[in-house]
Design a protein around this ligand. Sequence first.
Ligand SMILES: [Zn+2]
Length: 60
Amino acid sequence: MICVRCDQGIRPGEPYDSHIHHGASGPGTTNYSHKQCPKRPRRPAPEPANRPEPAPDRRP
Ligand SMILES: [Zn+2]
């Protein structure tokens, strides 16, 4: 099963919701989604460059 929300597979044992879409004609489709989608960082957030703060310009 593939979760329609996060496009990740729903593993056996994982809680999921099933959404049944009844077709106007013919069989409907059933979508599945995690009850709680795993948070997957699609791409790791870039670490903010740890550059030192510029020294405050202290004028006398
Ligand atoms: Zn999901």
